[in-house]
Write a protein that binds this ligand. Structure first.
Ligand SMILES: *[C@@H]1O[C@H](CO)[C@@H](O)[C@H](O)[C@H]1NC(C)=O
Ligand SMILES: *[C@@H]1O[C@H](CO)[C@@H](O)[C@H](O)[C@H]1NC(C)=O
Ligand SMILES: *[C@@H]1O[C@H](CO)[C@@H](O)[C@H](O)[C@H]1NC(C)=O
Length: 358
């Protein structure tokens, strides 16, 4: 059974508890735009150290600009006039007997756009040329005391896992770091993107210090250093771990799933965003497609007149050829890019092997 986007909504409702704030969902189907070892934010013009699954505007490339993305001929997501790119690492299963790696299907992404913050009329669109990263690929453990409230702790709190189970009354999992049990009904990565901005920089050297989190992560106030309250994005990405249930025994084997950057703890997951909306369109949607517009309270992008919707099939038809010619599918002796598994708890060393033979 594949844990699909409709079921994912249920998992999200607890988070969207405040009825005073609306949201819409951007659905990018499990068929991606492209999977490749590219990351135009961290490694512009070059290979990334690890494999990503990329969604959105078809002009994704090793380098992207606002204008190049806006000129995309299609998008793999369902709001046709959004040409942004959204990407994350990919998930792999490591066979406990052979130690070989197989890609896990899925990776379709739901991007929640949440109108959050103390003053709704102050919520801003991302500016043209804006880009950012949530999460940190080098992390392998939780470091901060829950609820402490520093930006480092909010960044940790921004990333959680959901493991859904349906057999014999077993309990699911909703927490930090990978679970340790089977996830027969689906496995989800869930990350809040930063939602406050310094008002000046479209990017920064670490791709994150130009942005920050609101005081209670997905609500509250922005810090004085980053006073601009953006719309809050939340990525929910579902992976079909069900087909591996018979391949490992959770009371005997270690957790067998690993992110493409050699992370079998989960803490190093990350989400990347490059702005590809028309700024005025996104700003109008933020201000007008809220609870006052019937329909959008339930997150239905269809109810927002500023969006040109397309079918899931039209999204699936929007795919591009990888820019990097290497094997990213099938049973592999090593992860693409030859990333070694770095299990922590100390920070991992970023790995980038341009001579990896795969
Ligand atoms: C991509 O961007 C980088 C950094 O700005 C630059 O050094 C490189 O030449 C660009 N590559 C291409 C193919 O445009
Ligand atoms: C899983 O491992 C446990 C502990 O070694 C064992 O008791 C159990 O029979 C195994 N289950 C299966 C289905 O092999
Ligand atoms: C991709 O790489 C393979 C193996 O190295 C090679 O045979 C093939 O010609 C390459 N394809 C392209 C389009 O460069």
């Amino acid at each position: 059974m594949f844990f699909n986007a409709a079921a994912a909504v249920v998992a999200f409702t607890a988070l969207a508890a405040s009825p005073a704030h609306a949201f819409w969902r951007l659905s990018c189907d499990r068929t991606s735009l492209v999977r490749e070892r590219a990351d135009p934010i961290v490694n512009p013009g070059a290979k990334s150290g690890h494999l990503h699954v990329i969604h959105g505007g078809s002009n994704f490339n090793l380098n992207v600009t606002f204008d190049s993305l806006r000129a995309s001929s299609c998008t793999s997501c369902q709001i046709a006039n959004d040409k942004s790119n959204y990407w994350t690492p990919t998930l792999w299963f490591q066979d406990p007997k052979t130690k070989q790696f197989e890609p896990v299907d899925g990776g379709g992404i739901l991007v929640y756009y949440l109108q959050r913050g103390d003053n709704h009329d102050q919520i801003k669109s991302f500016p043209a040329g804006f880009r950012m990263i949530a999460g940190d690929m080098t992390l392998r453990a939780k470091k901060f005391k829950e609820g402490e409230g520093s930006q480092g702790e909010l960044r940790e709190r921004a990333l959680k896992w959901s493991c859904l189970r349906y057999t014999g009354g077993q309990t699911g999992y909703d927490g930090y770091g990978f679970p340790t049990t089977q996830c027969e009904a689906g496995f989800q990565a869930r990350i809040h993107m930063p939602n406050c901005w310094d008002g000046k920089n479209l990017d920064s050297a670490d791709h994150r210090s130009h942005v920050a989190y609101m005081s209670v992560l997905d609500n509250g106030k922005c810090p004085d250093t980053h006073p601009i309250n953006f719309i809050t994005m939340f990525f929910e990405q579902t992976w079909d771990t069900s087909k591996f249930v018979s391949r490992w025994n959770d009371s005997r084997d270690p957790w067998p799933f690993v992110w493409s950057h050699g992370d079998n703890t989960g803490y190093g997951y990350h989400g990347d965003f490059v702005m590809g909306w028309d700024v005025n369109t996104l700003q109008k949607a933020i201000l007008e497609c809220n609870n006052q517009t019937p329909g959008t309270a339930a997150g239905q992008a269809e109810a927002c007149p500023h969006f040109q919707m397309q079918s899931a099939d039209a999204g699936k038809a929007c795919t591009i050829k990888p820019h990097i010619n290497e094997t990213t599918d099938g049973t592999l002796a090593r992860l693409p890019g030859c990333n070694p598994i770095q299990k922590g708890p100390e920070n991992a060393t970023p790995y980038n092997d341009n001579n990896c033979p795969l």
